[in-house]
Design a protein around this ligand. Sequence first.
Ligand SMILES: NC(=O)c1ccc[n+]([C@@H]2O[C@H](COP(=O)([O-])OP(=O)(O)OC[C@H]3O[C@@H](n4cnc5c(N)ncnc54)[C@H](OP(=O)(O)O)[C@@H]3O)[C@@H](O)[C@H]2O)c1
Length: 189
Amino acid sequence: MSTVLPPIPLSGDVSIPRLGFGVFRAGAATRSAVLTALQVGYRHIDTARVYKNEADVGEAIRRSGVPRGELFVTTKLFELHPFLQQRDVVAHCEALGIAVSAYSPLTKGKRLADPALGAIAREIGHTPAQVLIRWCLQRGWPTMPKSVTPERIAENFGALDIALSDDVMGRLTALEDGTRCAWDPSTVV
Ligand SMILES: NC(=O)c1ccc[n+]([C@@H]2O[C@H](COP(=O)([O-])OP(=O)(O)OC[C@H]3O[C@@H](n4cnc5c(N)ncnc54)[C@H](OP(=O)(O)O)[C@@H]3O)[C@@H](O)[C@H]2O)c1
């Protein structure tokens, strides 16, 4: 399949770039990480007031020289990765025409050493992080891996340039085991 994934059109005259950049708990490294990400080519940044780093994201955008009109800045997402696919929520959103975004695509690092994931990554010559990101992208969901590490920021962006076969997509989809790495929305009253 083609590795080219055009932005997803949303209602109104806007579209969302599929590969975003996360800054949850990026802390004091937020400004340099976002600047690196913009230089690498990311054009979608995910922040939130609760992260207390919106000002640093804004400053990095200003310093980058990237026109604001070329950037998508977003919040409000769902959790998704092969180990937790929330099929009922996704099906409901898709039936209603709601664009779903996948946060914590790297499982916050918790499952990057998973043996089955590692075997797939070695087999196709990419890293576990790239495989997880690409799985989200090929499912059609914008996603936003977080990193404050310049090499990883570039590595993760490389997920745009790979393609997973139907067989690999199926093997990743079969990894679902309910691994939750953030809060559980079903417990929120
Ligand atoms: N709206 C919401 O409710 C919500 C909730 C959660 C997340 N999100 C968004 O989704 C973004 C991503 O989720 P997340 O931050 O929870 O976790 P994540 O992106 O799944 O994982 C981030 C962790 O993976 C590490 N990492 C990054 N690239 C790597 C690589 N190539 N190889 C190995 N390790 C790598 C990072 O380390 P280093 O940084 O040290 O490199 C960090 O520890 C957030 O930053 C946030 O923007 C939104």
